[in-house]
Design a protein around this ligand. Structure first.
Ligand SMILES: [Zn+2]
Length: 703
């Protein structure tokens, strides 16, 4: 079903840039025309709207479309494209009256009553789509909607699920579907029992867990896998309905977070849509926060993950104004500064996103989200945030031919993201620290970010071709096929850096009898000798050899666990204060395997520890070529991103510090340099020497 990259660019031959606009019932219709004029003034070409089931079909079979008809008319008059976000989650009352058993039952078997979720001022909450009749009714609504608007000239795309995820449901219908899923995946009760370590007689006896930390890890694990499969399936139903009626308009969905855990696997979901988007709400401002570095790296990590999910992608929601949670929680308001809009918007552009929509144009005025989000003021007057957005929109429109076809350079280093590790973390760490895995991923990512080293987020299913090194952050769960893939990657000349505890839980979620398991102990040349103990404090370690450009005696920190290790063929190249090995290096086949006896990725992510960052980056880049263009040296929070189209390049240099910084970019001398943003640099002997303003960026075009 997936449309290939090329044909999407042909279908959407511009960069959609604009904002979420209408989420009934706000803003009121009387303001729309003036607002669409303001869209044009800002250079915005696209508006996203929410079409909510219970708003349109409050009574079965009677559809109220007049507001949306008017909105489409105005969009056509002002040449604004419309993205329809279909919201089936707010189920009308009459559906519940007709089928009371379609209500969700939470994990504790309690019925979830519709009460109006914070984001849905029209009330309602989703029903269980495993209820066949309720599912049919929602798809019938979707069908009617697509028939009504498919021929509107302003229609740009169908976004079939807002922040797609499925909460837990333990109703009888879901249990029936789960049982069928088990039959399909295991074939016999014997095989399920072997996986679960139980002695069920029939499939029907196997329950859905009744608590998030069910004592049977394998059962909870299967439940996570089932839920993510089920979500993909239900997205597919919607896509099929839309495609049957309107085969020409692209169909997408967007996630709340690319590295989502628990109930959504974005890599699975992306297989059933034309392309993928994300919300990227970083609620707090970065530039008033002294911890800015460690908070900031979440943002580019989201964008690189989104690129891995869907090379053609959109940022579907970027916070345009402060987040509010009603007046009583004003102290929790997070201000969004113009600088936040500037640095976030341009970072999205620099990552090659093909569309960007703010959330939202005007401040909300109904419900707990009021008066949040607005890019402009309630009276229609502009803001300095809107001024930043206008500048970026103008640039994107002007450079659309380049940006549409440009891509980031090929990465040489990968970071393994395995959603199944997050399942195990949720279970095994549920009372401890549920963000260990995400922090470990972020720690590995920021080590590369700090070196401006492009990185690819890879999954066990992806091809790992073209990569010279892969990092395995917090790799506590491992399937045999991933172990084989790691082994042959190193054998063929690749470099692997693994944190400790590799494969602690095996494919059946049992604790492994040997860590690392099987052939991997030869790959790394070590074996763990004792069960690792949870550490509340960080732990120091020091390198004993030169690693890349790092001298010996480099001081680093790890956290969370210390793994006692016996070296077999590996050489200990860093030690803890007691002299025991903290980092091991082993040669295997044509490649190298590095094993850490603790978790510096987690530590570095939480503390923005540059020294630890540097060690992770130095190891991962040992096999990498230094490619041009690149920054000659790093002077603080300076970061460069590149977009390429054939021989043309666009360089985005970001200065996250609040004072101007001098930068030197090394290029190969044949390029002509044009300044697209920022001050004119000095260009000589293949070097671009310039100044980038505080909390600002410069853009250079090389051709
Ligand atoms: Zn259910």
């Amino acid at each position: 079903m997936k449309v290939n990259y090329k044909s999407l660019e042909e279908k959407i031959s511009f960069i959609p840039f604009g904002s979420q606009y209408y989420r009934p019932p706000t803003p009121p219709m009387r303001e729309w025309e003036e607002d669409f004029k303001r869209f044009r003034i800002l250079g915005f070409n696209t508006a996203k709207i929410w079409i909510q089931w219970r708003w349109v079909e409050p009574k079965e079979g009677s559809y109220l479309y007049s507001d949306f008809d008017r909105l489409f008319d105005l969009a056509e008059q002002y040449q604004i494209k419309i993205v329809v976000n279909t919201i089936l989650c707010c189920v009308p009352e009459w559906v519940y009256a007709k089928y009371p058993d379609c209500r969700i039952k939470d994990i504790n078997r309690h019925i979830v009553w519709e009460s109006g979720y914070r984001a849905m001022q029209v009330g309602g909450w989703r029903c269980c789509w495993d209820h066949p009749e309720a599912a049919k009714l929602s798809l019938r609504f979707l069908k009617k909607l697509v028939i009504r608007y498919k021929n509107r000239q302003s229609l740009l795309a169908w976004d079939v699920w807002n922040e797609a995820s499925l909460g837990f449901c333990s109703c009888d219908n879901t249990h029936k579907v789960f049982t069928q899923w088990l039959k399909t995946n295991f074939g016999s009760i014997g095989k399920v029992n072997e996986f679960l370590g139980r002695r069920y007689v029939t499939f029907d006896e196997i329950p859905l867990p009744s608590s998030e930390d069910d004592i049977n890890y394998p059962l909870m694990y299967l439940t996570y896998d089932f839920r993510t499969d089920r979500l993909k399936e239900q997205i597919k139903w919607r896509v099929q309905i839309v495609k049957e009626i309107d085969p020409d308009t692209p169909v997408m969905t967007h996630t709340g977070s690319p590295l989502h855990i628990r109930d959504s696997d974005n890599w699975k979901n992306a297989k059933v849509v034309d392309f993928y988007g994300t919300s990227i709400h970083q609620w707090s401002n970065i530039y008033l926060n002294p911890e800015r570095a460690s908070i900031w790296t979440n943002f580019p990590l989201c964008l690189d993950s989104l690129f891995a999910i869907s090379p053609y992608n959109w940022v579907s929601e970027l916070a345009a104004g402060s987040a509010h949670y009603g007046l009583t929680s004003l102290k929790h308001v997070h201000f969004i500064l113009p600088e936040d809009i500037r640095m976030r918007t341009w970072t999205c552009i620099a990552h090659g996103t093909k569309g960007l929509l703010y959330w939202q144009f005007k401040p909300e005025r109904l419900g707990p989200e009021a008066p949040g989000w607005g890019l402009i003021n309630l009276d229609g007057s502009s803001t300095s945030r809107a001024h930043e957005a206008k500048e970026a929109a103008t640039f994107v429109n002007q450079w659309k031919d380049f940006l549409l076809n440009a891509r980031p350079p090929e990465a040489q280093v990968g970071i393994l993201w395995d959603p199944k590790i997050s399942y195990v973390c949720l279970m095994a760490g549920v009372h401890l620290d549920t963000n260990l895995y995400l922090d470990a991923i972020r720690g590995a990512y920021q080590a590369l970010w700090w070196r401006d080293m492009p990185c690819r987020i890879v999954t066990p299913e992806d091809e790992w071709d073209g990569l010279s090194a892969i990092c395995l952050p917090f790799p506590i769960h491992l399937h045999d096929n991933v172990a084989e893939k790691i082994t042959s990657f190193v054998k063929e000349g690749g470099l692997i850096l693994s944190e400790g505890g590799l494969g602690s839980y095996d494919a059946r979620v049992r604790y492994s009898s040997m860590i690392p398991p099987g052939e991997l102990s030869q790959v790394f040349g070590i074996v763990e000798t004792e069960t690792a103990e949870w550490q509340k404090k960080e732990v120091d370690f020091t390198t004993k050899v030169v690693i890349g450009k790092l001298r010996e005696n480099h001081k680093c920190k790890g956290s969370s666990f210390i793994h006692k290790i016996k070296a077999q063929t590996a050489e200990p190249i860093a030690t803890f204060p007691d002299g025991s090995g903290a980092l091991f290096k082993n040669s295997y086949g044509k490649g190298w395997a590095y094993y850490l006896a603790t978790h510096p990725c987690i530590y570095a992510a939480r503390k923005w520890d540059l020294s630890t960052n540097e060690l992770i980056g130095a190891i991962l880049c040992l096999n990498c070529d230094e490619r041009l263009p690149r920054l000659k040296e790093k002077d603080g929070m300076i970061n460069m991103r590149i977009l390429e189209k054939d021989s043309e390049k666009m360089l985005f240099v970001f200065n996250h510090e609040n004072v101007p910084k001098r930068i030197t970019i090394l290029t190969d001398a044949e390029h002509k340099v044009k300044v697209l943003r920022g001050e004119n640099p000095e260009v000589k002997n293949g070097e671009i020497k310039g100044v980038v303003g505080g909390i600002n960026l410069s853009v250079y075009y090389l051709c």
